[in-house]
Write a protein that binds this ligand. Structure first.
Ligand SMILES: [Fe+2]
Length: 318
């Protein structure tokens, strides 16, 4: 059950052209540009697929809003895939398509899939940060990013009404591990062979109904400068911030989320925790402070300085 990655996610949308513009601006590479199908990749070869919402190739929609219609987790070997197929077939339908990918529904009806991972390990450029006593960049100006090029797809997030049944399934049946938790409410889960702090976060937001479903998809970028450069580029292109920039205490990362016309949010992350068997899982109370150490609520769109940068005016001119 050696799940290593989120290998791919598939969206069902009404407007392919809008989806193409969003993901291209976000920094994914367009690999297939069909009339009814788009395929994008991050640097690690993880993929985002986009299909028209009525495409029969999609699993049935499990929520009324647009969003991710299926999440595909990567495993190390065919033996791992066979073990997952045998485990899941004990109590649910498991489809196997032509390329060997397994498809099924989780206990709440969320479509998931599994395949031998097609992702590759990517290595960020050496950090060129100057810190007292640690010179990373001598006689050279710091790098500026006009846009981002996400390196790895790291996690998906769902809002759900029942974490118990889901954690039993993902941990007990599929070998995910709990990296951190809001006990009874939220679980940061990583694949059994993953070093990402989480590949899947399941949160019960409380209440009923309209908040349940896909929430966001996250990518790691190379450094903090790329995170801000990517976020500013998205803002210049007119995409709205969902939340950020800011920093999460749990997983330690800097973040910036954008509202995605494909559904939910798309998140840039940097400096997320990397963990192994020695990681000690924490339990936290779910509060604004455990969610964000700090963050801007609505990006930098309304920033006076940012507007000055956009128009070429100076603060004094404004
Ligand atoms: Fe996230």
């Amino acid at each position: 059950m050696k799940i290593t990655t989120v290998d791919s996610v598939t969206y069902g949308v009404a407007d392919l052209a809008l989806a193409k513009r969003f993901w291209t601006d976000f920094g994914l590479a367009l690999e297939d540009d069909g009339e009814r199908h788009l395929l994008f990749s991050a640097l690690d070869a993880s993929t985002v697929e986009v299909r028209l919402a009525d495409d029969p190739a999609l699993p049935p929609a499990f929520e009324a809003r647009p969003g991710v219609r299926e999440t595909t987790f990567g495993v190390e070997t065919q033996d791992d895939l066979d073990a997952i197929a045998a485990e899941l077939a004990r109590d649910r339908d498991v489809g196997i398509d032509g390329d060997g990918t397994l498809h099924c529904l989780d206990p709440l009806g969320i479509p998931i899939a599994f395949r031998v991972s097609r992702c590759r390990t990517v290595t960020a450029p050496d950090p060129e940060f100057n810190m007292p006593g640690r010179i990373g960049r001598l006689n050279a100006r710091g790098e500026r990013y006009d846009s981002a090029r996400p390196m790895e797809m790291t996690h998906v997030v769902y809002m759900i009404p029942d974490t118990g049944v889901e954690v039993d399934f993902y941990v007990g049946r599929l070998g995910f591990r709990i990296s951190d938790a809001y006990p009874g409410r939220g679980y940061f889960l990583r694949g059994g062979a993953s070093n990402n702090h989480h590949n899947l976060f399941l949160l019960n937001p409380g209440g009923t109904g309209d908040r349940f479903g896909f929430h966001h998809l996250a990518f790691e970028v190379a450094n903090i400068h790329e995170l801000f450069g990517g976020g500013l580029n998205m803002t210049r292109k007119g995409w709205k911030t969902m939340l950020g920039p800011g920093r999460h205490p749990i997983s330690s990362c800097y973040f910036w989320y954008f509202l995605n016309p494909c559904g939910g949010g798309a998140e840039y992350d940097f400096d997320s925790d990397v963990v192994d068997d020695d990681w000690v899982a924490g339990e936290f109370e779910q509060t604004p402070e455990t969610f964000a150490e700090w963050c801007l609520a609505a990006g930098m769109e309304e920033s006076l300085l940012y507007k000055g940068v956009q128009t070429g005016e100076t603060i004094e001119d404004g």
